[in-house]
Design a protein around this ligand. Structure first.
Ligand code: NAP
Ligand code: GDD
Length: 355
């Protein structure tokens, strides 16, 4: 039975990756940050308390990417076969307010993890969560060959992490791969990223709990995909014979305004009646146009996205409507159930984590 260690297990991608790996029979170990309130909402449905006689399927450890000792300890204790480094201060706008912290966690944190691997001599396969933000102002479409032009402290920190991952691959022979993932969303997306902010607001407006939605730049274009499909690529990348960098995206790009039209239109509302602009959401430098050229992913891994822009907006709308007890007009849940039935039923697999 393979053992995986996931940093950022409590995040959007960490939770989906955990489900995927459990469905494949892995033992899953995850690092979480100590917090004064619970921060495990996305993985609580997976957790079983071994004190109740349940077999634990996933084990959590306190740690932080800013703490070298915690990284070394968890690697020595778990002895993982695969490490997925998903932890980061991942919000671009916030990185302008906290540039030093973002550099420390998102940039240096990756170095600390790689150095812990090197020093402990662990024979692991390492996945680094690189990002389309690296491309910044580079002209679309963007592929593995496109030069990086980072436009934020977040992107600069991710560029450092990307290059240092490549350096440990080449310099020390670490099996280290980077997935350069374009934006990917889901009902578990953090509430302050633009898609989820919009779908939550539409549901709240429909429920009479919110009057207006305050937004920033509506003209930027993003290549939005569906997170469960993207975590599958992370896993596939580490099963490949050779470590590499790989771009993952849908090859379809839409403006924020189009996402507003789609989400509001789904419940027969006109976004222009509700949306107001608040300059506090503008960024000092913006990434205008991201569009993936993911041909290598298709050639090398046979990977292609199935969920596209309209389906994605509907899946997210249905989930946020349901959270507020509202009727969903669409078929988002059917899409979810039909297309991801295979590994969303991970409960069928009993994975013992007891040592
Ligand atoms: P997310 O939901 O923001 O999750 C980030 C995770 O990192 C959370 O578990 C968070 O813990 C953890 N974390 C934050 N600071 C930490 C620290 N100092 N030490 C340890 N853990 C820390 O992000 P996501 O959307 O799942 O994305 C996963 C990764 O992919 C991130 O590295 C992100 O930058 C990258 N990425 C995301 C996208 C995308 O569109 N989603 C695209 C490309 C790349 P808490 O729960 O305690 O906050
Ligand atoms: N968050 C947010 N809030 N964004 C807004 C808003 C708003 O009110 N109004 C407009 N936007 C615009 C942003 O300016 C940006 O152009 C676009 O919506 C998308 O913003 P986010 O959803 O915050 O995502 P991001 O593209 O900046 O970053 C995400 O994707 C990256 C991959 O390209 C994050 O998940 C990063 O961690 C990830 O690396």
């Amino acid at each position: 039975m393979k053992k995986a260690l996931i940093t950022g297990i409590s995040g959007q991608d960490g939770s989906y990756l955990t489900e995927l790996l459990l469905s494949k029979g892995y033992q899953v170990h995850g690092m979480i940050r100590r917090s004064s309130t619970f921060n495990t909402g996305r993985i609580d449905h997976i957790y079983r308390d071994p004190h109740n006689g349940d077999k634990a399927r996933m084990r959590l450890y306190y740690g932080d990417l800013t703490s070298t000792d915690s990284l070394q300890n968890v690697i020595s204790e778990v002895e993982p076969d695969e490490i997925y480094n998903l932890a980061a201060q991942s919000h671009v706008r916030v990185s302008f307010d906290m540039p030093e912290y973002t550099g420390d966690v998102t940039g240096l944190g990756t170095l600390r993890l790689l150095e812990a691997i090197r020093r402990t001599g662990a024979k692991v396969r390492f996945y680094q969560a690189s990002t389309s933000e690296l491309f910044g102002s580079a002209s679309p479409p963007q592929s593995e060959a496109t030069p990086f032009e980072p436009q934020s402290p977040y992107a600069a920190a991710k560029a450092y992490a990307h290059w240092v991952t490549q350096n440990y691959r080449e310099g020390y022979g670490v099996f280290a791969s980077s997935g350069i993932l374009f934006n990917h969303e889901s009902p578990r997306r953090g509430e302050t990223f633009v898609t989820r902010k919009i779908t939550r607001a539409v549901a709240a407006i429909l429920a009479g709990k919110q009057e207006h939605l305050y937004m920033g730049n509506l003209d930027s274009k993003r290549d939005w995909g569906y997170a469960p499909e993207y975590v599958e690529v992370m896993w596939r990348l580490l099963q490949h014979d050779e470590p590499m960098d790989l771009v993952i995206g849908t090859g379809e790009s839409h403006t924020v305004r189009e996402f507003l039209e789609e989400a509001f239109g789904y419940v027969n509302l006109d976004y222009q009646d509700y949306v107001r602009i608040d300059p506090q959401y503008f960024r000092p430098t913006e990434v205008d146009f991201l569009l993936a050229d993911a041909r290598k992913a298709k050639d090398v891994l046979g990977w292609e996205p199935r969920i596209r822009f309209k389906d994605l907006a509907r899946i997210m709308m249905d989930a946020d409507l349901e959270l507020l007890g509202l009727e969903a007009p669409g078929d988002g849940k059917c899409l979810l159930a039909e297309r991801f039935d295979g590994w969303h039923r991970w409960e069928d697999q009993i994975v013992s984590m007891d040592k």
